[in-house]
Design a protein around this ligand. Structure first.
Ligand SMILES: Cc1cc2nc3c(=O)[nH]c(=O)nc-3n(C[C@H](O)[C@H](O)[C@H](O)COP(=O)(O)OP(=O)(O)OC[C@H]3O[C@@H](n4cnc5c(N)ncnc54)[C@H](O)[C@@H]3O)c2cc1C
Ligand SMILES: NC(=O)c1ccc[n+]([C@@H]2O[C@H](COP(=O)([O-])OP(=O)(O)OC[C@H]3O[C@@H](n4cnc5c(N)ncnc54)[C@H](O)[C@@H]3O)[C@@H](O)[C@H]2O)c1
Length: 477
């Protein structure tokens, strides 16, 4: 059977693959998506969307409980079955019909099955029933296969069939008890969700919580998890695990204690989904993250691109979709012989991956950060000044809640007079973050930020407090 030919073949129809194909088609090219599971990927069905749905109801309840007058109206507790049903609606009951309709309308072809490289510009797709479709690309193959949960090599751990993020986000009931291994984003979000369901949660974090963030972020999240009833243990990990039949899992911990729990969630990071991708047919190492340049081209090739989690630049949907726009557009530009804008901040490069990656962790309080932490900025050799501000001191915070707890930090590059990092920790700070992203990407000088006046009384007045704390030269003259 002869191979079907397209300008661009995209392997993996998660949020990133969908966007690469869309941009390529908008650039006048033909594109095909290859998908082994559900169109929409991990993000739509087992990650961003279901996890946020599991968190939102508890956050809404606690927000109302923090305001006198509203709290008196609350007489019940979280309805866990209703939360899970809302999550089911959010993931369309794990049915991808609506996304397939979008792909079709966007003018993108779809081939279902497992895709693997079969030499330069060639992809072989094997469907569940064993049927094989061979594809050949005129211009580019783009790998957007994402990542999967990493299971550390701990004796007995695999045998007890622990939950990963997939089982935690797709659960149909809340277990009575849950141990969570890890202190990162998945661990803290799922600890928040399950603790609010009434599950007895134990977090086992070998270092602190959210150690990639400013130190106060993990401290505030740990305190609030404890308020929710979770047992947060740091400096400890699982040494071995065992489960007999249907009985609880028995965990031996590194501090010599034991823990018996109904379920164990392993949230210790990700591995690339490249193990069975045929990388060896093009001289690359199976199972490795794909190293790309700023146009998302895999180094050492002129036809293979990788975008999203699989290139390990920033494991976030929005950042992967940003890369996808650059990749789809640069493939079209190169195919059409149009100029390539690959200078920093050009249309065809993912410069923000290095300078301004925004991330919100939807714990309670939320952690919203962009750019460098103070420690990272210092390590990068930037002459910094750190501005700290207690978010509860702004008028908007006291209006928002009767017990507002939050903290904010801005990191200034003293030589350039611009911000290089901002972190907000507090209730509902997620929506504040984009202001900081714009300030960093736009390299807005601090003296100009004085003219960006935040509305009174909103939490965004923290921007004015940052500036007042930093000081204004003209005040002393
Ligand atoms: C619990 C959890 C919560 C998260 N929450 C957020 C959040 O709130 N916000 C955020 O920005 N990020 C979040 N993330 C991260 C986010 O899910 C990922 O960054 C995002 O899904 C990456 O998109 P992607 O398209 O690169 O990969 P994926 O979404 O993983 O999609 C890859 C697709 O490729 C397919 N595929 C893989 N191999 C093959 C193959 N060989 N052939 C054919 N198809 C293949 C897969 O089936 C899948 O559909 C979360 C992650 C987790 C685990
Ligand atoms: N809201 C969001 O944007 C969101 C939500 C969930 C996940 N994500 C993304 O998904 C990715 C994966 O999240 P994650 O939480 O799995 O990874 P992570 O890298 O955030 O955290 C991993 C945690 O596991 C610990 N760990 C690693 N190996 C271990 C071991 N062998 N034993 C014990 N502990 C170990 C680390 O110390 C760390 O605390 C992240 O990069 C994150 O950005 C984003």
């Amino acid at each position: 059977m002869s191979a079907r030919e397209y300008d661009v073949i995209v392997v993996g129809a998660g949020p990133v693959g969908e966007n690469v194909a869309d941009r390529a088609v908008q650039g006048g090219l033909s594109a095909v998506l290859v998908e082994a599971e559900l169109v929409g990927g991990e993000c739509s069905y087992w990650a961003c969307m279901p996890s946020k749905a599991l968190l939102r109801s508890g956050a809404a309840l606690r927000a109302a409980q923090a305001v006198d007058g509203a709290k008196q109206a609350i007489t019940g507790t979280l309805d866990v079955a209703a939360v899970l049903a809302r999550r089911d609606r959010m993931v369309h009951d794990w049915n991808d019909d609506s996304q397939v309709t979008w792909v079709d309308k966007a003018g993108i072809d779809l081939v279902r099955g497992h895709g693997a490289l079969a030499g330069e510009k060639r992809v072989r797709v094997t469907a569940d029933d064993g049927a094989v479709t061979d594809l050949v690309a005129r211009h580019a193959v783009v790998v957007c296969t994402g990542s999967a949960a990493l299971l550390p090599d701990i004796p007995g751990l695999r045998a007890i069939q622990p939950w990963t993020s997939r089982e935690a986000t797709a659960a149909q009931t809340a277990p009575e008890s849950l141990a969570i291994l890890g202190g990162g984003v998945v661990a803290t979000e799922m600890a928040t969700a399950y603790a609010s369901f009434g599950t007895r949660v134990t977090v086992l974090a070998r270092s602190g919580l959210l150690t990639n963030e400013e130190p106060f972020a993990g401290e505030l999240v740990a305190a609030s998890l404890r308020d929710l009833g979770a047992d947060v243990r740091t400096g400890v990990t699982i040494s071995s695990a065992r489960r007999d039949g249907e009985s609880p899992a028995r965990l031996e911990l590194s501090d010599g204690t034991t823990l018996e729990v109904e379920e164990v969630l392993v949230a210790t990071g990700r591995v690339p989904r490249t193990g069975d991708l045929g990388l060896e047919t093009v001289g690359l190492e199976p199972g490795s993250w794909l190293d790309v340049d700023d146009t998302l081209l895999v180094r050492g090739t002129d036809w293979l691109y990788a975008a999203g989690d699989v290139n390990h630049r920033a494991l976030l949907t929005h950042q992967g979709k940003y890369q996808a726009r650059a990749a789809g557009d640069v493939i079209a530009a190169r195919a059409n012989g149009a100029p390539v804008q690959d200078a920093p901040w050009g249309a065809h490069v993912a410069t923000a991956d290095h300078a301004a990656v925004p991330q919100v962790t939807f714990t309670d309080p939320e952690v919203a950060s962009v750019g460098l932490t103070a420690a990272r900025a210092e390590k990068a050799g930037i002459r910094t000044r750190v501005i700290d501000y207690d978010l509860s001191w702004v008028a908007g915070a006291s209006e928002w809640s009767d017990d507002y707890r939050g903290q904010a930090r801005a990191v200034v590059d003293e030589d350039r007079g611009v911000l290089v990092g901002v972190t907000f920790v507090g209730p509902s700070v997620a929506e504040l973050l984009h202001s900081a992203t714009i300030a960093i990407v736009g390299e807005v000088p601090l003296h100009r930020l004085w003219h960006a006046v935040p509305s009174y009384p909103t939490v965004s007045e923290v921007w004015l407090r940052f500036l007042e704390t930093y000081g204004r030269d003209s005040a002393s003259h």
